[in-house]
Ligand binder design. Structure first.
Ligand code: ATP
Ligand code: MG
Length: 324
């Protein structure tokens, strides 16, 4: 991807920031039980940093809009973003809050139990988006992950629309709707240029009880009928379905040896945004993003497992050669 208009493609990412704290223990304790841990790791993660770093690894100039707490984890997040050339001017601090945290216990069989605490992410608000208006208006793509307060997402969608900035929205449940059965999304979501739910998110939004590769076309058409420009429904190792007004195309997944699927959705989204910041070919973008999602499955971890543009291009070229 070459720079457009003599500058790097510019992507603004809006998404939650978390610290992932994992403790290995012989067995996961039940209520009232105490167990001893044998290993501890903690790293920055979350759709915000993961997607922003992926877009940066694909050669874009990237800003992250997110909120962290007044604790040392906030600096850890800023450092890893800066190391990966993501601009952190719009990573706000809620001093009285903690940075979002996911605590995971992993047992000897590799099974896990997690508790996630949104912390400062739940304080991202309209005012924060207003402060970012200039950066949003100058971006080629605004990539938004839905697991944030609805008010912040709707403000960002309105701001991007006002300036004609291409919107890619991952319609994960807003923070206020976590744990609810029904999924009640604001109408602004359906004005997105590209909506990228996974199959289960897509089925919940369209109230479809069966979610499989056959119903994905139907679900995609439903989303397009509601106003979405293009729906890309991701289906893990079954690939993704790209649906717009003209056609529905299945893009198969790349074959890989699965090591750890953490971060696959974020790698897909970040790479898609990077491609769309330069080119308008949505199917080629989905293929590029699929390679990123597949590559993220070949390594442990989230940020550490994100592929670079060169890794993605190599995977695409290998496939071209094998098909000749
Ligand atoms: N096992 C796999 N093998 C090859 N490609 C994969 C695999 N899993 C995911 N992908 C690629 O990554 C894309 C996104 O994956 P998926 O649909 O699982 O996202 P997700 O459910 O949003 O993931 P996450 O839980 O990380 O948010 C898929 O459409 C596919 O192209
Ligand atoms: Mg996802």
């Amino acid at each position: 991807m070459d720079a457009k208009h003599g500058r790097s493609p510019k992507v603004v990412v809006i998404g939650g920031t978390y610290v992932d704290m994992a403790i290995r223990c012989g067995q996961i304790p039940s209520a009232g039980q105490k167990v001893t841990g044998s290993a501890l790791s903690y790293t920055t993660t979350g759709p915000g940093p993961n997607q922003a770093i992926e877009a940066s690894l694909c050669g874009c100039e990237v800003y992250l809009i997110s909120k962290v707490g007044g604790d040392p984890f906030a600096q850890m997040a800023r450092n890893i973003l800066a190391e990966n050339k993501v601009n952190t001017d719009l990573v706000y601090t809620a001093e009285a809050k903690n940075t979002g945290l996911v605590v995971t216990l992993v047992n000897a069989e590799g099974e896990n139990a997690s508790c996630y605490y949104p912390g400062a992410n739940s304080a991202l608000q309209t005012l924060d988006i207003s402060e970012a208006e200039q950066i949003i208006s100058e971006s080629d793509v605004c990539l938004i992950h839905g697991q944030l307060p609805t008010e912040a997402i709707v403000s960002a969608l309105r701001c991007a629309e006002l300036y004609g900035v291409k919107v890619i929205l991952n319609p994960a449940r807003p923070l206020e709707q976590q744990g609810q059965k029904e999924c009640d999304l604001p109408i602004e979501y359906f004005k997105s240029d590209i909506l990228i739910p996974n199959l289960y998110e897509a089925a919940a939004i369209t109230e479809q009880s069966t979610a499989n590769i056959r119903t994905a076309k139907l679900i995609g058409s439903d989303l397009v009928a509601r106003g979405v420009g293009t729906a890309i429904i991701t289906m893990g190792r079954r690939g993704c379905m790209v649906v717009d007004r003209n056609s529905a195309d299945h893009i198969p997944a790349f074959e890989i040896e699965l090591v750890d699927h953490t971060g696959r959705g974020d790698a897909f989204a970040g790479a898609l945004a990077a491609y769309c910041a330069v080119e308008n070919d949505i199917r080629a973008a989905a293929k590029f993003a699929s390679a990123a999602g597949a590559l993220a499955c070949t390594k442990f971890g989230s940020i550490e497992a994100l592929p670079t543009k060169a890794d993605i291009i190599e995977m695409l070229q290998k496939e071209d050669i094998s098909q000749q």
